[in-house]
Design a protein around this ligand. Structure first.
Ligand code: B12
Length: 228
């Protein structure tokens, strides 16, 4: 992710700067951008993909103020569409979302291209500042080849992590070399896993990097996970 400074903002191409400014009105972040290859599965006339996401408390504050219970069980997805669709249209761009599948757009692969992040041992991409506490809400698709935002190289925090507390943090050992046993995870969260349900994934909590979501946001995401 780009540092949140005026200096970084002035290094953005005008259209990406306009996007970043409009996103900030809703507590969302321009996470980075890339020029897609055919393997990204997008139409040939898409030349720049700008990833939109959340980290820190800002999105939750905006969403909480605007949320509409009538959109349950997909309130956050509905809010995301209501923000991103008009914004993309104003910029003469398209938009796709991480939800709505299968099939799903490969947002994690795109994030690796846009931001240079790498996965943690538990699958989620680890951000040097936000740790595992961040996510993607959409991708704005431009037909123009825009200059990409600067992407300073930063160390991947997992490279210097010796005892992988995330892997030991899951009460039902859902994460292993064999992958993610989401059925075991979900069964626990739905029944005896009150801590997971109320405060968020305990494996993510065990990671020392980044500040966790507030309990109400974490509980909201875990409820969405149970409904998925
Ligand atoms: C299906 C899905 C799930 C399934 C996973 C099923 C499975 N077999 O692994 C379920 C419903 C279980 C799930 C759960 C969660 N997910 Co999920 N999920 C997705 C979704 C919608 C599609 C993934 C996919 O199939 N992509 C298609 C392939 C082709 O794309 P890809 O980028 O190459 O796929 C990579 C990932 O799938 C990744 N991967 C593999 N195993 C795992 C395991 C986990 C836990 C994660 C997060 C990723 C991951 O490796 C793939 C290869 O690069 C993505 C959104 C998206 N569109 O990508 C979110 C996404 C991967 N999920 C995300 C998150 C945060 C979670 C949760 C942590 C949510 C929560 N509760 O807070 C939970 C994990 C459970 C927990 N203990 O908290 C985030 C990850 C963000 C990040 N920081 O990296 C994403 C990107 C959604 C978003 N809006 O940002 N998820």
């Amino acid at each position: 992710m780009m540092p949140d400074t005026d200096h970084a903002a002035t290094q953005l191409s005008p259209r990406l700067r306009a996007l970043a400014e409009r996103l900030a009105d809703h507590g969302l972040l321009l996470r980075g951008a890339f020029h897609p290859d055919p393997e990204d599965g997008l139409a040939a006339d898409v030349r720049t993909v700008a990833l939109v996401g959340n980290a820190g408390p800002a999105m939750w504050a905006h969403f909480s103020a605007a949320r509409n219970a009538g959109d349950a069980p997909h309130e956050l997805d509905a809010w995301t569409r209501s923000v991103l669709a008009p914004l993309a249209e104003d910029l003469g761009a398209g938009v796709v979302y991480p939800f709505g599948g299968p099939p799903f757009h490969p947002f994690q692969r795109w994030a690796m291209k846009a931001e240079g992040l790498r996965p943690s041992p538990i699958g989620v991409l680890l951000h040097p500042d936000y740790g595992p506490w961040h996510a993607y809400r959409g991708a704005v698709l431009f037909a123009e080849t825009l200059d990409l935002p600067p992407r300073p190289a930063r160390p991947h925090p997992c490279d210097s992590c010796v005892d992988t507390p995330c892997l030991g943090g899951c009460p039902v050992s859902a994460f292993s070399e064999a992958g993610y046993d989401w059925q075991a995870c979900k069964a626990h969260v739905a029944t005896t896993g009150a801590a997971c349900r109320e405060t968020g994934c305990q494996a993510r909590h065990a990671c020392p990097v980044g500040a966790p979501y507030a309990p109400d946001q974490a509980a909201f995401h875990m409820a969405a996970f149970l409904g998925a």
